[in-house]
Design a binder for this molecule. Sequence first.
Ligand code: AMP
Length: 422
Amino acid sequence: MTKSPFAALGLVPELLDALHDKGYSTPTPIQQRAIPHVLAGRDLLGIAQTGTGKTAAFALPMLQLLTETQERPKPRQPRALVLAPTRELAAQIHESFVTYGHHLDFDAAVIFGGVGQAPQVEALRKGLDVLVATPGRLLDLMQQRHVALSAVEIFVLDEADRMLDMGFLPDVKRVIAALPKHRHSVLFSATMPKEIANLAHSLLVDPQRVEVTPPASTVDRITQSLYFVAKNDKRALLAMVLEDPAFARTLVFTRTKHGADRVARHLHKAGFPVAAIHGDKGQGARERALDGFREGKITVLVATDIAARGIDVPEITHVVNFDLPNIPESYVHRIGRTARAGRDGVAISFCDAEEREYLRDIEKLTRQRIPVLKTPALPASERKTVDTADPVPAPRPHAARPGHGGRGPGRRGPGGGRRRRR
Ligand code: AMP
């Protein structure tokens, strides 16, 4: 039998078995390039966004390094620390360690805010090989002396640019200051703003730099399209678009938390199994929504940019930009939620009169024009108010109806075949 491509990277049989169980046959480019360096003990600067397989790129070699020494962790002194910006991302990273380390003997736990600390304190007390944490709760528990970072052998800072966006950089620096001087460090970031480059410089010693898939090439694999639509018609258009059974798992983005709730309420009334996630939702509600979405009980998840960060649902079939983001990079991040791990995806955007400027910025960044679809006739009953700004924009020269894989809703008349889902 020929050696599996993962074995060629130097991974032990226990990890190969876990990857086999998970159905992964080939490493992604970031895994291919990062794993050998991390295994060799090199510091690593990884430039890769979510969806590239970056979690396994650090989790697999870490599991191998931590378990080959047979050392047991001391109480309250984890041997490895992974810092992540959001609760969802932290939970998913922890889940990845559990999955990939299924055939190995090690202890891992995740800690984040918004939930009681007692179980987290208990897990720390027992001793951990891997601690995954968000910065705020970690600092909190450090201050209470429930955890010390003096025994950390391997440190990973994940989504460093998100830490910066979310204002966590001071907290991150305080965590780093508490780490031992001699350690093995890895930093992942989708982009490299100056602050992160500086941080990388101070954190990493002679790092190996690996960079994969700049956003534009992700964008290339995604079928994108756009509807020009009046602001007040967006909800009716969304309900119509979602009638298409091809929209099996759709992530809908809104700019605001209120917007997310409003859209979710509207879709709920229209009979769609929908949930909203955003910063005001309790941890329980967020986890229920994500679990339901993963299991397919919820087919539409409405989210804000921040809440959607780190969501790992590989089977997202469609991304809908109910509102266009005012930061063009967010468009690339959003649509990158579909087309993960090599899959193709579909992204549809709604653009009202006030969002034309955002559209221009997005098209400038991606260096692509997004094909425009003909806006279908919408049910009159849903058009309570009229967007006076510019309800029917002039068609652009390249306006076309390429559809999204030929599965678009375009021709469906008002009111036909609604409430498909229970
Ligand atoms: P990440 O970038 O770590 O969030 O991973 C993105 C998605 O790709 C996750 O759903 C992983 O489970 C999946 N994945 C990671 N590595 C592989 C692989 N080698 N083959 C197939 N899927 C993968």
